[in-house]
Design a binder for this molecule. Sequence first.
Ligand code: PMP
Length: 358
Amino acid sequence: MFRSINFNAGPAALPQEVILKAQEELFDYHGTGMSIMEMSHRSKEFHAVHVHAQSMLREIMDIPDTHEVLFMQGGASHQFAMVPMNFLHPGQTAHYILTGTWAEKALQEAASLGSVDVLASTKETGYRSVPAELSKKPLHSAYTHITSNNTIYGTQWQSFPEVEDRLIADMSSDIMSRKIDVSKFSLIYAGAQKNLGPSGVTVVIADKDFLGTAQREQPKILQYKTFSDSNSLYNTPPTFSIYMLALVLEWTLERGGIHAIEKANNEKAQLLYHEIDSSEGFYEGHAEKGSRSQMNVTFRLPSEDLTAEFLKGAAAEGMVGLPGHRSVGGCRASIYNAVPITHCEALAEYMEKFRKKN
Ligand code: PMP
C-alpha cells in the first residue's frame, strides 16, 4: 500500500500504526456496533477514551497536579483571543515576544482587547532566531507570551526565557517533542495537528491557580473555567479528534515516551542539518544555528530555478510538503514526532544527490 514521504507542516503525518488501528476500529468500536464518531460524548466508551487521553498526556509530559489538561476547539488561533480575554485584566499590560508570524497574530488579538507591549522581537533580522536576551524586565505584566517553535521560520527556543510574571506558550508545533518543565508555564496551548493528532482538538495545559485569576465577564463558552469545571465536557467535544489523540499518545508510550521521542527527533534533525552544513553553501539554512528547530528545517537553494527543480525531483520520489511557507520561500521539511527517521534519511540522501548533480 502506498504511503507518501510526508513532510507537511500541519495537518501533518500521523504514525502509520495509528492510522491502521483507527481503520481497524472504525466500523465496530469494541463490539458496540458503531464507530467512536457515532456515539454519545457522554457514553462510557467515549468517556474512557477522554480520561485515558488526559492521563497519558500527563504521564508523557510529566504534568504536575498543579496543572489541568483541557481539550478545547478552535485551534491555536482561538487561544490567541482566549488568553487575553481571560487574563489581560483592565489596567494591566501583557508582554509578547515576537519570533514569527504566529506570535504576531497572537499579539494582534491581544492588542484588540487591551494593553500590550513587545518585550523582544527578531523581526528586523527576518525571524532567523529567537531573542538571545530580553531587553526589558517583564515585571508587573499580566503575562509574557512566547511561541516555543516557529513553524514557518524553523526556529525554536532551546531554553525558555526567565520571566518574572506568568509564562504562556503557544506550543502548537513542538508540544511533546522534547522534555520540558511544565511547572514553569502558567498556560501552554497547542492545536493537535502537528505532534498530537488530527486537527479539531486544542490541548491546553494550565496552572489551576492561574485559571482561578481569570476574568468572569466573558460569555461562558469563552471562559477556561467552563472547560475546567466540566472536565472539558461542557458541550460536545471533538470526539473523533480526541480518540485519535489517544491513539497517538498510546503510540508515544509504546515507543518509550518523551525521552525516546526526543532522542529520535534529535537524530532526525541532525541528519538534515548535517546535509545543510556540509553542502558548502549550496543549501542555506534560514535559522541561525543557535535557534534551529528540531521540528521544521528551513533552507534555500542558490536560485528559484534550482528550488523548483529540487521540489519537482523530490515529488517524483514520493516526498510531499517540502515547499517553504510563502513568506519565507525556499524549502521546509517538517519532521514532527510521527515522521520516521527513514524518511529523513531519504531526504538527506536526495539532498546530497541533488547537490552533487548541480
Ligand atoms: N501557532 C503555531 C506555532 C502554528 O504553527 C500554527 C499553525 N500552523 C498556529 C499557531 C495556528 O494554529 P490553528 O490553525 O490551529 O489556529
